[in-house]
Ligand binder design. Structure first.
Ligand SMILES: O=P(O)(O)OC[C@H]1O[C@H](OP(=O)(O)OP(=O)(O)O)[C@H](O)[C@@H]1O
Ligand SMILES: NC(=O)CC[C@H](N)C(=O)O
Ligand SMILES: [Mg+2]
Length: 485
């Protein structure tokens, strides 16, 4: 996943984009970029690393314009550390388009060929985002054919893009001299939400972002989510247009956003991420009750940060004391979204420390939001044991992850997954724990969708059922062989 934001303002918008990217940092730490639009001129700054280190004062001063967009990247396709693959991506025709993307395309092999052979377009990186932009540019070009662009041209281009592109894409683009275009794939896999505020001059200002906390933090009001398959166009003067561009839109939001990716203070597709995590804890507690005798447990402990809401509820529902035994170094970022296994491993050690007073001779029930590669859990258990823990029961607020995630989370290879081809006993042995307890898939679904209009979720990494047609076994093998580690 990545974090994206787009702004149409009545004033200079560079600082607002910077602030928004800081709020979205948890969605990507590899690289970042900001583009602003001044009339029909784009000003662009891209850099490796995190937002705070990326932009100097002189970079910010050069980002002039009242409309703009920004990106924080967690690479899923292409190279994590190549500055050329940092977003936004730019094409000069038609008009000049600059684009940011959250998601992952699953038919890049076909797109690459088509773009080159049929559309006669050259892409210079292996980024799927560069392909997405070139498909948009091709379709818009054939729509406008020399005349000036109107909202319907853009919507027709997005409609044609939907028929060519597969996978997940929440995307925002600036069309030079015209305005801001945003669109979401027909399954709405990745999130995108619209905010608005009206200043004294009565002119509306707009923000579109991956998460609602960006909207609230900048004193905008949440208008609504961009619908799956829908496109939004906002002119540089703040005029708003929207259209459903898919023949068969169906909402299948990514369940992993609620489990781990999103900030708890965001509301996504009308569902509070925090409340869904509390419910994950409530339902996990029911499963725990069925599997162990509670008299054996002395304390319930979260693994900071993301499991805290679930762990709190587990403790409450089981009537067992909640203690914080692992301490987090606040200067180390999220380890799961770091590139490369050796960096992830080293960082877990730097990030978390076990306090021996909390573990000595205790039977602990540890709660994490998810166990993916087992990088965190393996080290956590070792830390707990060396700190003197007696029995270690490990629980996950998400079900076992046995299948790759191909819609914008970098878990491409089955063999990396701790639950792949292992039964519970083998997982327990691998992690050196006394007991492993996972959330049930139905309970996860209920925790997320309860009290909401959402009927379906993308649960592919838990179930192996992929909602877009092109994800076959052959595709998954190709992804494994060619992907980022
Ligand atoms: O099994 P693994 O491959 O280790 O992946 C799962 C772990 O990674 C994430 O933590 P992370 O440190 O990224 O972020 P957090 O501080 O938000 O919990 C997640 O919360 C789990 O703790
Ligand atoms: N996680 C994402 O949304 C990544 C976007 C895009 N696939 C990239 O690798 O840059
Ligand atoms: Mg964690």
């Amino acid at each position: 996943m990545c974090g994206i934001v787009g702004v149409v303002s009545t004033d200079q918008c560079n600082q607002q984009i910077y602030d928004s990217l800081l709020l979205l940092q948890h969605r990507g730490q590899d690289s970042t970029g900001i583009a602003t639009m001044d009339g029909s001129v784009f000003h662009i700054n891209k850099s490796k690393g995190q937002v705070r280190e990326a932009y100097r004062t002189r970079d910010m001063r050069a980002l002039i314009g009242r409309s703009g967009l920004g990106h924080v990247r967690y690479a899923t396709k292409g190279a994590a550390h190549r500055e050329e693959e940092a977003q936004p991506f730019y094409v000069n025709a038609p008009y000049g388009i600059i684009l940011v993307h959250n998601g992952n395309l699953t038919n890049t092999r076909e797109l690459e060929k088509e773009l080159f052979k049929v559309d006669k377009r050259h892409t210079n990186t292996s980024s799927d985002t560069e392909m997405l932009l070139n498909v948009l540019a091709t379709e818009l070009n054939s729509e406008v054919k020399g005349k000036d662009v109107d909202p319907d041209d853009l919507f027709n281009a997005v409609k044609r893009l939907h028929s060519r592109v597969e996978g997940s894409y929440a995307s925002i683009a600036l069309i030079a001299g015209h305005g801001l275009l945003a669109f979401r794939d027909p399954f709405g896999i990745r999130p995108l939400v619209i905010g608005k505020r009206v200043k004294e001059n009565n002119k509306p200002e707009w923000v579109i972002a991956s998460e609602s906390l960006v909207i609230e933090n900048n004193d905008y009001v949440i208008v609504r989510d961009v619908e799956p398959g829908e496109a939004i166009f906002i002119t540089s003067n703040g005029e708003f247009f929207s259209k459903q561009c898919s023949d068969n839109p169906q909402l299948f939001p990514c369940s992993f956003e609620y489990v781990y990716l999103a900030r708890p203070d965001s509301i996504m597709n009308g569902i509070s991420v925090y409340e869904s995590r509390l419910r994950m804890g409530d339902l996990l507690a029911e499963t725990i009750k069925k599997q162990i005798s509670l008299g054996d447990i002395d304390v319930v402990m979260p693994i900071p940060d993301s499991s805290r809401p679930a762990a709190m509820q587990v403790a409450r529902q089981l009537g067992i004391e909640y203690r914080e035994g692992f301490f987090k170094n606040r200067y180390v970022g999220r380890t799961f979204i770091m590139p490369g296994q050796s960096l992830r491993k080293r960082s877990v050690r730097q990030k978390l420390n076990a306090m021996s007073t909390e573990f000595k001779n205790k039977n602990v029930l540890i709660v994490d939001d998810s166990v993916v590669r087992g990088t965190t859990s393996q080290q956590i258990v070792q830390m707990a044991r060396s700190a003197g823990a007696n029995k270690v029961t490990f629980t996950s607020a998400a079900p076992p992850i046995r299948y790759p995630h191909v819609y914008g989370i970098n878990m491409p290879s089955r063999n990396e997954l701790i639950a792949y081809n292992r039964d519970i006993n083998q997982i327990e042995n691998n992690l050196f724990i006394d007991k492993m307890i996972y959330q049930e898939v139905n309970d996860l679904t209920q925790a997320i969708t309860q009290n909401s209009k959402i009927k379906e979720l993308d649960l592919s990494c838990f179930t192996g059922k992929y909602i877009t047609g092109t994800v076959t076994d052959e595709y998954l093998t190709w992804v494994e062989e060619t992907s980022l580690s």
